[in-house]
Design a protein around this ligand. Structure first.
Ligand code: SF4
Length: 420
């Protein structure tokens, strides 16, 4: 009987006039309860949000199909969640860009998360057709290429399955350099985790499109500048893999445009160095991405790890002013009403905030003290406990949360924060 009444109310013009809504969870939404409420991951935007208890409870009350009529005092809160892509309402609420800390409601300024990884980055391969000047992963590629075997990929899949992360990133090395391995890894991860494909765009991207659609994979493409010369100087090709005429810049933008045309959710990521870290250049890149239809942009300040830690590369490392430039970029983006999310990571401040699985299936975490990675095998017995032990011992918990919750940006950024 309740269902019939609910359905009647849903269709009633009074409901529409009163501004009431029905709601459901967004497709593919991942939710993890937390002491302060919940952390959610929105695959379409490749964004995490921390919800206070009130919003987490509201979300818990709805399913994956449109549910009931929300009481008037909850309507605004559901609309606020829908603006972030966390739920869908009827009548529809348009999603809004978001360039501030990812807190919804009354979340502590520095939320303490349950000690489980949010994201695990899984190497598909140690091969890459680029040789980026700052490559963070170089030390997990150079010694691994010659013996890259099928057994290594099986180990990556086993260790990823033992890692209770909400999101699995298919990365490398370049996944498109070994598309068969990328296909197997995506398929294996997609059962339990939301999946992100991290790519330079150099390779056979169209081959992967059907699989990406099937598993609702988010594609994240690296591009460092609107200026092809600046981009390709930071991200030169490796002629041992591709012809000298290939451009990382052209490949990245082609891949983004293809993903947008195919309806595959995608975002761009940029490593900020002294060569591309000026505000004007970043605003030009933002406008290029917006014109290409990209709606999420993540910026990482270059980390003194991998190649960027090598002698002679110190010239790429930025100074303390970069944080101010990136905060200003987020502020200007919100002020301009540009339809793109801006997420800024602070891995340069806490290089040990990322959990990696090497192409041979080892767990790897950057060790800032010695500017190299701590690498360890995961036993077959009690693998999950072993992964969690190492995650808790080696990964900086605050840095991990900040990286994915936009903690680097000031919570007071002048964008509309939902308050319910
Ligand atoms: S594309 Fe990624 S893995 Fe390849 S060289 Fe550049 S930073 Fe390193």
């Amino acid at each position: 009987m309740d269902a019939i009444i609910t359905d009647f109310r849903a269709r009633s013009p009074h409901v529409q006039q009163a501004g009431l809504v029905r709601a459901r969870r967004a497709d593919g939404l991942r939710v993890r309860q937390q002491p302060f409420g919940a952390v959610v991951y929105v695959p379409g935007r490749d964004r995490f949000f921390a919800l206070d208890r009130r919003h987490a409870d509201l979300l818990r009350g709805i399913g994956t199909t449109l549910t009931g009529i929300m009481p008037p005092d909850e309507t605004e809160a559901f609309r606020a969640l829908a603006e972030l892509g966390i739920c869908v309402t009827d009548p529809p609420t348009p999603e809004l860009p978001h360039a501030a800390r990812a807190h919804v409601g009354d979340v502590p300024d520095v939320p303490v998360l349950t000690p489980y990884p949010l994201v695990v980055n899984c190497f598909t391969t140690a091969h890459c057709p680029l040789r980026c000047t700052y490559c963070h992963a170089d030390d997990l590629m150079s010694g691994y290429r010659d013996d890259e075997r099928d057994a290594g990929l099986r180990e990556v899949i086993r260790v990823a399955a033992a890692t209770p992360a909400m999101v699995g990133v298919v990365t490398g090395g370049e996944p498109l350099a070994r598309p068969d391995r990328a296909e197997r890894l995506i398929t294996a991860l997609a059962g339990e985790k939301a999946v992100v494909l991290d790519t330079s765009g150099v390779g056979d991207f169209p081959r992967l499109l059907p699989l990406l659609r099937r598993h609702a994979v988010h594609v994240r493409v690296s591009v460092d500048s609107a200026d092809p010369a600046v981009n390709d100087a930071l991200r030169p090709i490796n002629p041992g893999y591709v012809g000298r005429w290939v451009s990382a810049h052209t490949s990245a933008l082609d891949t983004l445009r293809r993903a947008v045309r195919a309806g595959v959710p995608c975002s761009a990521q940029t490593v900020v160095t002294t060569r591309n870290g000026d505000l004007d250049g970043l605003l030009r890149l933002r406008d290029l991405l917006v014109a290409a239809g990209v709606r999420t942009w993540v910026l990482h300040t270059v980390v003194p790890a991998g190649k960027a830690a090598m002698p002679g590369r110190a010239g790429l490392l930025t100074g303390p002013g970069t944080s101010t430039v990136l905060a200003e970029l987020a502020r200007r983006t919100a002020e301009d009403g540009a339809p793109i999310d801006v997420r800024v990571t602070g891995t340069h401040r806490a290089p040990h905030s990322v959990l990696l699985i090497s192409a041979a299936g080892e767990l790897a975490v950057e060790d800032p003290a010695r500017r190299g990675k701590t690498v360890s095998r995961v036993p077959r017995l009690f693998a999950r406990q072993a992964v969690l032990r190492r995650f808790r011992a080696l990964v900086d918990a605050r840095g991990h949360a900040d990286r994915y919750l936009n903690g680097t940006l000031d919570v007071s950024s002048p964008v509309r924060l939902p308050t319910g």
